[in-house]
Design a protein around this ligand. Structure first.
Ligand code: FE
Ligand code: FE
Ligand code: FE
Length: 165
């Protein structure tokens, strides 16, 4: 379909996000399982639950826009998840693995922050207040998750990974 308006672009980007979030719900349980630090495991599990809610919000946004919820493969997330899987296959000391898992997860969060930032601004510009609020809630969760991961990395996980064993 030809994209004629900013609203068309918004819908297409929401389709990309639906694909991204769906891919992320499949990646997070693997990352939680691979993590050793209990707080990191918990952070991944918490974000899995949030991600399920984010998918629900996307469905609500499609409904508000009068569109059928559709998913259009997000190639960026596909690549980032693939990179994360590569990390998980490496032979690494558990502390080093935790530090690398945080790095892989933050790449995904940053992609989400960029994309939700864009769609939030578009929804605001279009005067779609309810859609804007829904997407804004998710943007907040992504930012909080990114902050939490930085905090975990800086409050011991990176230090633990400095030395062997
Ligand atoms: Fe998300
Ligand atoms: Fe994408
Ligand atoms: Fe996220």
């Amino acid at each position: 379909m030809a994209l004629k308006t900013l609203e068309d672009a918004l819908v297409e980007e929401l389709e990309d996000l639906l694909s991204a979030e769906t891919q992320i719900t499949k990646a997070l349980p693997k990352m939680a399982k691979k993590a050793t630090n209990p707080k990191l495991k918990e952070a991944f599990e918490t974000h899995l639950k949030e991600t399920e809610g984010q998918i629900e919000r996307l469905h609500q946004a499609f409904e508000l826009l009068g569109k059928k919820a559709k998913s259009k493969t997000c190639e960026a997330t596909k690549g980032l998840v693939k990179e994360g899987e590569g990390v998980m296959e490496e032979e690494a000391d558990p502390d080093v693995m935790d530090a690398m898992l945080i790095g892989a997860a933050q790449k995904i969060e940053h992609y989400e922050i960029a994309t939700y930032g864009t769609v939030c601004t578009w929804a605001e510009t279009l005067g779609l207040d309810e859609v804007h609020d829904l997407l804004g809630e998710t943007l907040d969760e992504e930012e909080e998750t990114d902050d939490k991961l930085s905090e975990l990395a800086e409050s011991g996980i990176n230090e633990d990974a400095i030395e062997e064993g």
